[in-house]
Design a protein around this ligand. Structure first.
Ligand SMILES: [Ca+2]
Ligand SMILES: [Ca+2]
Length: 133
C-alpha cells in the first residue's frame, strides 16, 4: 500500500509538472509591427494608441476606444519596433518635448512588454526612438 501511495504521489507531481509546461507562453500584446503601443489600463487592457515615429506631445492623442487623452494615462507599454541600430528603443518622458524624467526605456521586441510599472503609470507625455537605454 505504501508503495502505491508513493507511486501516486510521483504521478501527481509529474502530472502537475506537465500541466505547467503545457501552458502556452503568454501571447505578446496586439501592436502593429514597427510601432510602439501604450494602453490606458495595465496588462494591455482598455484603449490603445500606437505610433511608428516620435511624438513630442501626447496631449492631442486619444485612446482608440474613445476613453480620453493618452497623455498622463499610459499604464502598459510595448515596443514592437524593428531591430535597427540606434532606433529600436523607446524613451518615454513625463513632460512634452522629451523633457523631464524618462519614465521608461522600452526595449525591443516580444518578451519586453511592460504590463505595469508604478513609477511610470499615468505619467507619459512624449516619447522618442533611440539607441540602447
Ligand atoms: Ca501627439
Ligand atoms: Ca491609465
Amino acid at each position: 500500500m505504501r508503495k502505491v501511495i508513493a507511486g501516486l504521489a510521483v504521478f501527481a507531481a509529474s502530472a502537475s509538472f506537465a500541466l505547467v509546461n503545457a501552458a502556452p507562453a503568454a501571447a505578446a500584446p496586439s501592436c502593429p509591427k514597427g510601432s510602439v503601443c501604450v494602453w490606458d489600463g495595465t496588462n494591455f487592457r482598455g484603449g490603445r494608441y500606437s505610433w511608428s515615429g516620435n511624438d513630442s506631445n501626447w496631449h492631442n492623442n486619444y485612446w482608440n476606444n474613445g476613453s480620453g487623452k493618452v497623455a498622463n494615462d499610459d499604464s502598459s507599454w510595448y515596443n514592437n519596433g524593428y531591430a535597427q541600430t540606434d532606433y529600436d528603443h523607446v524613451r518615454v518622458y513625463d513632460y512634452n518635448s522629451y523633457s523631464g524624467r524618462m519614465t521608461l526605456c522600452l526595449h525591443y521586441g516580444p518578451g519586453t512588454e511592460v504590463s505595469s510599472n508604478s513609477g511610470a503609470n499615468n505619467d507619459g507625455q512624449s516619447h522618442r526612438w533611440g539607441g540602447e537605454c
